[in-house]
Design a protein around this ligand. Sequence first.
Ligand SMILES: C[C@](O)(C(=O)O)[C@H](CC(=O)O)C(=O)O
Ligand SMILES: [Mg+2]
Length: 295
Amino acid sequence: MTYITPGQRFRNAVQEEQPLQVVGTLTAYTARMAEAVGYKALYISGGAVAANSLGLPDLGISTMEDVLIDANRITNATELPVLVDIDTGWGGAFNIARTIKSFIKAGVAAVHMEDQTGTKRCGHRPNKAVVSKEEMVDRIKAAVDARTDDSFVIMARSDALASEGLERMIERCQAYVEAGADMVFPEAITSLNMYKKVREAVGVPILANITEFGQTPLFTRDELASADVDIILYCCGAYRAMNAAALKVYQEIREQGTQQGVIDIMQSRADLYHYLNYHSYEQKLDELYQAAKAK
Ligand SMILES: C[C@](O)(C(=O)O)[C@H](CC(=O)O)C(=O)O
Ligand SMILES: [Mg+2]
């Protein structure tokens, strides 16, 4: 069997599914569920690592190591290519180089790096600050130079729409592509027409982040296809639902003294095992045990 690198698998997925739906996964287990459902690529959200793995807000507090821990767990549990949020790359050119090498080693397919300042915020919050276009171009060049695998995807994210407007943001994206970015992620877009303009101007695949409770309306797949979007990111939906369900379970047990009222929102033991391929492990264990006994 010929080996296809994770980066190439991501590029192939972008070509084959138009637009490609990419879902955020929080854990190795949810990665297995998303793969079973039929998704062709997965995402690790910086906001999710911060909130769910560290119990911290998405304000540039988490480090490369924090995200790598989750990335390694997830790439070990799935064959799907994984896109990872590396925030601002975690420092200057040498730090960014180290980041890129580390994520390639972790079996990641693609990363997105943004033009916010190091003290970053969620892309859908007010008062974001961006570095100069030149500084971000240097970040991209550092990432491209450090690449030990040419198929690895470097996606440039721009957060400049809110502070500089569409035209300036498009100029930035063009400069990032010229510096070597393979794909572009225009953040917190507010209309379909904006996506169309960005796509036309940059000439490379673009990603639309359809996060809930943010600046971007919940455009449908068909609407985004009509705006020439190549990748649709559902970064946070699964973990928002998981967290809401967990809260309900905690409240119900505390208030009612029993979990009876929330059993129907729980995954059954049978379902849990199904996505783990549990029974094939158990069967193997029985066979090994029988073989040992027969000796
Ligand atoms: C995509 C994002 O970077 C993330 O970390 O998941 C966030 C998502 C969010 O907070 O809704 C973002 O900055 O858009
Ligand atoms: Mg993020």
